[in-house]
Design a protein around this ligand. Structure first.
Ligand SMILES: NC(=O)c1ccc[n+]([C@@H]2O[C@H](COP(=O)([O-])OP(=O)(O)OC[C@H]3O[C@@H](n4cnc5c(N)ncnc54)[C@H](O)[C@@H]3O)[C@@H](O)[C@H]2O)c1
Ligand SMILES: [Zn+2]
Length: 348
């Protein structure tokens, strides 16, 4: 996506004014969940022209057709026409689903993302992937479409629970691992509480926008953003069905460690770098206990990944820290072994 569409600012008022001055909108709507309504909307409300608010329930479990119906219903009741604007104020769930609803309502109205989680600020709000979950499949229904603008206001992070902050950090780590070895020490030299979030947001957005700009529809290069996600998504989907679901970034952290093992097995990733990555990620996220009988099922779930072709699992691996290679064919057996190595890691 063109980098000029993404603004990182500490001047929320000026950015909103510039947005509403630049175009005329027949109506403005703000999509929130109960948390962003409480924590973020008050920072915005005084600076917006007349608008209405649509509140949905928070959480991945509500990223579905039922909630979309509510949003479309609300747009219809408020008589939004094609000149309306929807502002998505929230994390990746609000951004993905609000964008999807806006892009399909009356064949498309404009929308703007105001990401309020670290994950959405460094990843989900940029790149135009919109969608919802369907019958247990994540992001199964959706489309690619750019928002009118993305306004990143880092101060929203002040109210974000630390577990959510850490989840977003996984994507920051990923961006450095796939594209920028020079940045890696800026990440690994500090504990979570000392991280420089503004610098990380700038860095991640630059990398993501650079990648997406070259390959919007993910026919090649964009696949590097999937590092950690083949195994990570399988882990995430598996635990979503249990009483103890993992956050997206927590699952991706496990995925990145396992895919680092595969990177050494399939490529030239030096074992010293694998160890470095593994130690750092474990120091931030801790070690998640996997039961033996889970491993086979999780490995099988990797076959469902949208990036696969037929029965072959296509994975993005690292050649070294800072350089990724996409479309590497791996087997479910490899994935099971990598999960096994991760499981045993704690006892080493
Ligand atoms: N489109 C993409 O390219 C892309 C990329 C990565 C992830 N995603 C999607 O993003 C979603 C995950 O996003 P997420 O991690 O932001 O989760 P989320 O949207 O569920 O937000 C996490 C929680 O934090 C709360 N919250 C949000 N901002 C807050 C704030 N400032 N203060 C206090 N609480 C706040 C929310 O209400 C929610 O309870 C997943 O559905 C994933 O599929 C999309
Ligand atoms: Zn991700």
């Amino acid at each position: 996506m063109p980098a000029e569409n993404v603004i990182i600012t500490d001047q929320l008022q000026a950015s909103l004014r510039a947005l509403t001055d630049a175009s005329t909108f027949s109506q403005i709507g703000v999509l929130v969940d109960e948390n962003t309504k409480r924590a973020c909307y008050p920072l915005l409300q005084p600076f917006l022209p007349a608008h209405s608010v649509c509140e949905i329930r928070s959480g991945e479990v509500h990223k579905n057709l039922t909630t979309c119906s509510q949003i479309w219903q609300w747009l219809t009741e408020k008589q939004f026409d094609r000149k309306g604007l929807l502002i998505n104020l929230g994390g990746g769930v609000i951004g993905d689903m609000g964008g999807f609803c806006a892009a399909t309502y009356k064949r498309g109205i404009r929308f703007v993302n105001l990401p309020t989680t670290l994950l959405a600020q460094v990843d989900a709000s940029v790149g135009g992937k919109l969608g919802i979950d369907f019958e247990g499949f994540k992001n199964h229904i959706g489309l690619f479409q750019e928002p009118q603008q993305v306004i990143i206001y880092p101060a929203f992070l002040k109210t974000l629970p630390v577990r959510e902050l850490r989840s977003g950090f996984a994507e920051v780590i990923k961006h450095s691992l796939i594209a920028d070895a020079d940045y890696w020490p800026n990440i690994t030299s500090r504990a979570l509480e000392q991280q420089d979030w503004l610098s990380h947001i700038r860095h991640s957005v630059r990398i993501k926008a650079w990648v997406v700009d070259q390959d919007f529809k993910e026919s090649g290069l964009r696949k590097i953003l999937n590092f950690g996600h083949t195994i990570g998504h399988a882990v995430e989907s598996y635990y979503l069905q249990t009483a103890h679901p993992l956050l997206h970034g927590e699952a991706i952290a496990i995925g990145m460690i396992c895919e680092a093992y595969l990177s050494a097995q399939y490529g030239n990733m030096p074992s010293s770098e694998v160890k470095q990555m593994e130690e750092f990620i474990l120091s931030v996220f801790g070690h998640h206990h996997l039961e033996d009988h889970h491993l086979e099922v999780i490995a099988g779930m990797a076959l469902q990944d949208k990036k696969n072709e037929g029965q072959t699992i296509r994975c993005t691996l690292l050649e070294k820290i800072g350089k990724a290679r996409y479309d590497v064919a791996v087997t479910t057996g490899d994935i099971r072994n990598a999960l096994q190595t991760y499981k045993k890691r704690l006892t080493l």
